[in-house]
Design a protein. Sequence first.
Length: 672
Amino acid sequence: MEGPIQPFGEQNHRLEYDSRFDLDSSAVEVPQEIQVDYQISRRFSTDSSNVHGESTESTRVSTPINEYDVEKQQHDTRQSKGDTHMEQNTHDTNAPRVPLRERLHHFTWAWWTLIMSTGGLSLLIFVQPYQFPGLKHIGLAVYLLTLVLFVVVFSAMVARFIMFPGTLKTSICHAREGLFFPAFFLSIATLITATYRYAIPADNVTLNFVIRVAFWIYVSFTLVLAIGQYSYLFQAHKLEVRSMMPTWILPIFPVMLSGTIASVIASSQPESAAVAIVYGGLACQGLGISVSFLMYAHMVGRLMQYGLPNREHRPGLFMNVGPPAFTCLAFIGMANGLPDEFDSNGVMDIHFIRQMAVLSGFYLWGLSLWWLGVAIVAVLSSPPEHFHLGWWAAVFPNTGFTLATITLGDAIGSKAVRVFAVLLTCGDTYVCHTALLPPHKPEPQVPPVYRINTLSRTMNNKITMMDSNVPQANPSAPMMSKTKLKQTIWPEPLVIQPTTAHTHSIILLHGRGSNAERFGLELLEARSSANKTLAGHFPSARFIFPTAKKRRSTVLKRLPINQWLDNFSTEDPSQRQHLQYDGIRETSAFVTRLVEQEAAVVGVESVIIGGLSNGCAAALHVLLNYGGQAPMGGFIGMSGWLPFAETLNPTVTNDREDEDERYDIFFGSDDL
C-alpha cells in the first residue's frame, strides 16, 4: 500500500444513468469532532502506545471486527436456481426465528452424516476389545437412536422435496450439496452392518438371506452412483484444485463400503454365498481405495500450493482418514470371512491369504494414521468456532480408523494396540458428543476500538431529508415500505486503529446477512503465507467495518437481515432493480460520509473501500458515484457484482490521453 492506487484512472467517473442515485454530500452532515468511548479487549495488546492518538482524543470514525460472512460460501452457489443456502447467518443470536417450512427448504443431504456417525459409534461399541456388563446395551441404545434419527432425517428430506418441487434434482446436481448425496448410501451401509450386529442372529437362515440380498442391492446402487455422479461432475461442473475438499471422495465412498459390509456378514453366510460376497466386496473395496489414492494426489497438491482450508472447514480433512482405514478393516474381515476349507488344494492357502490381509492392513493403517495426524494438527492450529454439519466428518472416518485398530490388535494379539484402540474409542465418543451438543461460545471480545455514539443518529436524520422527490417504484411490486422495520438508525461502525503512524484508511462492507463483528473477526484473524494478519501486513492502516441496517430480504421471503441493498434474485441482480433503490441510496450516502471523514485525515488518495458480495456491490456504487476532487486510493472487491451494469458502458468513457494505458489490477497470493 505504498502510495495511492488509482484503479479508475485520474478521476472517478460518475454514473449518469439515473438522477435518483446522485448523491448530495452536503445533505448529510456529521460533526467534525465526535466523542468516543474507548474499549480494550484482552485479545489484543493493551499498550496504548500502539494506537495512533490518545484515548482522550476525538476520532471521526469507528469500526469493526469479527467473524463469518454467510455470502463467502454463498457466492459460488448462485448457479443453482432457487438455492439460497447460507443466505441467513445461523450463528447470529439476534437473528429472527426461521419458520419450520423455511428450515425444511434448507434441510440438505449433509444431515445424513449424522446417521453415519451414530451408526458407526454403535458398531464401535459392539467390537470393543475390553467389555463390561451393560456395554452391549449401551451400543444397542445408540443403534436404536440411529434408527430414530434415520426416520427423522428421511422424513425431513421427503418433506423438503414434496413441499418444494424441483429441489430433489437441484440438490443432487448442486456442485457442493450434491457431493453429500452419497452420505445417504453411507447411512444405509452403516444401518445394514449395525442391524446385522444387533438384530440378526448368526443361525437365522431367513434373516441372513435378507441381509445377503440387501448387500447385493446396495452394491448395485452404489456402483451406479460412483459411475454416474463422477460422470456428471466431469461434464457439468468445473471444480478447481485450489478449492478442493475431501468431499470429492464421497461419491466413491459408498461402493467402497461394500467391502466393509462383506467383511462383517460373510462369516455367517453359506460357503458359496460367502465366497461370492468376499469377491464382490474385494472388487468394490479395490475400486474405492484406488480412486481415493488418485484424489489424495490432488489433495496433497492443493494443501502444498494453497495451504489449509478455512478453519470452519478443517474438520473435513478427517474424511481422508476413512478410505485406508476401512480398506484395512475390510481386507482382514473378508479374509476371516472366507471358509477354512477355501481352496484346500494349496494354490490359494487360506492362512497365507489371512497373513497377507494383516500385512496389507498395517500398510494402509499407516497411511490412515498420517492423515489423522495432519487433520488433528490442522484443527488444533485454528479450531472452528461455529458448528457445521461437516464436524461429523471428524466422527465417521475416525470410527473406521478405530475399528481397523481393534481388528489389527486382535489379529496380532497385541494388548498395546487394543489399549490404544480403547483410547481412540474414548476420543471418538467425545467428538461425537461435541458434535451433537456443540459447546456454547461466548460472544467474542472486541479489540481496541472506538465506538461512535452520535454518527449513526446524525446520518439517519440527514438521510431521511434527502431527495424527497425521488419517484416511487412500481406500486404493484413488493416494496420494503409496506412493512417498515423498527430499525431506522445505522448500527455503530467500529474501527481498528493502526499500530503505527496512520497513513491509510480501509473501509470494508460485509455481505448479506452478516455484520461488522462477524465479518471483521474472520478477516482480521486470517493469516497469510507469511504468517501475518491483514493488520500485520498494513500496520499503518485504519480498518473501518460498518454494519448494514436490517432490511427485509426478498430472496429470503422478507426475513429481516443485515443487507446494504435488497435483491429480487442473487442469481441475476438485474431483475426488478427498483428493490435496490432505497438501500443503495441510503448506503451510498452513509459510506460516502465515512470516506470523506477519512479523507480529511489522510487524504482521499489514501482511502480504500471495498466489500464482499452484497457489500461489494454497494461499495462499487459509492466508488463510481464519488464526486470528490481526487480519486480514491483503491477498491477491493470480493465475489460481488456491479449494480445497474447495463447502463455503465454508454456512460463511462476513458478520459485519459493515452487510450492504451491500462488500469492497475492486483490479485492476492493468499486466500484469506
